[in-house]
Ligand binder design. Structure first.
Ligand SMILES: Cc1cn([C@H]2C[C@H](O)[C@@H](COP(=O)(O)OP(=O)(O)OP(=O)(O)O)O2)c(=O)[nH]c1=O
Length: 183
């Protein structure tokens, strides 16, 4: 039985992986994130880099890295740098559908698997007052697209097509299947 390492500082990913019944260690990769062209390629590559950075120090482990980004009008929204950027992001998402892409990469001695999942999310129309109130809660600052579907951001969500957990940071069903075949 190989041991599993989650190369992520995201509490949401810890929660999802626990919920799926896995036992694991958490060792964040601390990778600097930046857009690398196409959203799917970016999410997959960042997930791979995160897993690789940690795997180099834990070569006997199975290491999982992931990256989540929000895409609207083909523009990638990562985590907002400040409150102004969070406001711009939420205004952009107001009243429309957007994509959430999560890339996942699993590395072990002798193999690797990288995959991604896309979910579609529809926001209701938001006014500036509620955007500001939400930003004041502090919740948007460490989330791609400046919202948390699993938190206070739920108040903005009209519909989701796809895996809810992909929006939260880790596609639950695809990750479960992939890890079961490796561990
Ligand atoms: C859209 C959305 C994102 N998020 C979170 C998931 C991710 O933690 C974060 C996107 O940033 P990521 O760069 O994917 O992850 P991270 O920096 O939190 O952790 P690490 O790089 O160490 O793995 O946004 C939510 O929690 N809810 C949401 O609805």
């Amino acid at each position: 039985m190989r041991f599993l390492v989650l190369a992520s500082e995201s509490k949401r990913r810890v929660e999802i992986l626990k919920m799926l019944g896995f036992k694991f260690f958490v060792i964040p990769a601390g990778i600097e994130e930046r857009p690398l062209g196409h959203p799917v390629a970016t999410a997959r590559r960042l997930a791979y880099w995160k897993a690789l950075k940690v795997w180099k120090d834990y070569k006997y482990a199975v290491v999982l890295g992931a990256d989540t980004l929000v895409v609207v009008d083909n523009v990638i929204l990562g985590k907002p740098k400040d409150e102004e950027e969070a406001k711009r992001m939420l205004r952009l998402l107001s009243g429309r559908w957007h994509k959430v892409v999560t890339g996942v990469s699993i590395l072990w001695q002798g193999g690797k698997r990288t995959f991604h999942d896309v979910a579609l999310v529809k926001f209701r129309k938001l006014d500036d007052e509620e955007i500001e109130e939400y930003i004041k809660s502090g919740e948007p600052m460490d989330k791609a697209g400046a919202y948390a579907v699993q938190g206070k951001g739920a108040r903005f969500i009209q519909a989701i097509k796809g895996d809810f957990y992909t929006v939260m940071g880790l596609p639950a069903s695809k990750t479960f299947t992939a890890l079961k075949s490796v561990l």
